[in-house]
Ligand binder design. Sequence first.
Ligand code: SF4
Ligand code: SF4
Length: 298
Amino acid sequence: MPTVVPLFEAKRFAVHDGPGVRTVLFVKGCPLRCRWCHNPEGQQSQPELAYYEHKCRQCGECVAVCPQGAHAMADGRHVFNRAACIGCGACEEVCLGRALKLMGRPVTVEQARQIVLEDCEFYADGGGVTLSGGEPLLYPDFCAELFTRLKADGIHCALDTCGAVGWECFERVLPHTDMFLYDVKHADQARHCQYTGLSNRQIVENLKRLAQCGVPVEIRIPVIPGFNDDPVSVRALGLLLHGLPSIVAVRLLPYHQAHSKYEAIGCPDHMPDADTPTPARMAAIAAQLAESSGQTLR
Ligand code: SF4
Ligand code: SF4
């Protein structure tokens, strides 16, 4: 029985998800529920149908193919009953307007490898594959198997994690992983829990252990207005990272709204009603973080 994971996107020619040009595979399923999540389609592990109403041509093609009767036409307008959908994907195939997209198709290790190999001519400058999500370490066997095969193909393998998994998941992939991208959100446990649904205790413990393992780690911090962009929070994050070995860089990611994605998958939107931090604000936070952490900001 091959190891299979739900994949919701394969992003090609990515340049901000590890070194060089990369293919990023996004798997579905995540233990966190960050309020600012800009990939809400990656949170649940089961398939979900995204419906982009503005793209709908009102053709009604989806009505005939749905085994659940989830699509209907009423007064010439398409109506989607999300509660009836079982995520089979049949309607996506007939939707010429691309208004329907199934998030979370099962892929085997070999299918994922083939997706990555299609781009291998672009990896010459140190690029490769990055597994992201969602949380790829919910599927440690898949990650380890895929990386084992891709490393045999000579491809650089990076893994983007939120860190909220058992240490045994890291142990499973460590021998096969060239680099980790590690998301850190807040140093304060209570505040972390309030905004992500989980304490940061396991995340911090795993980071400290991982930093001792000799594999390069890039820290990624989403800068969320009103959550972690104040001087006290920035300094606490800096002190958390201070002195950790194996940290090759710290990257700040400015908050962006993603309301349309929440709408497309019909899930409640808890994103902060805030603007994207300006470049000047990001630079000021980066300077403060560089000083308190002693790490290199990118
Ligand atoms: S994914 Fe399948 S069940 Fe869901 S609406 Fe489309 S055809 Fe119907
Ligand atoms: S097939 Fe697509 S474009 Fe046509 S009615 Fe259904 S959702 Fe709209």
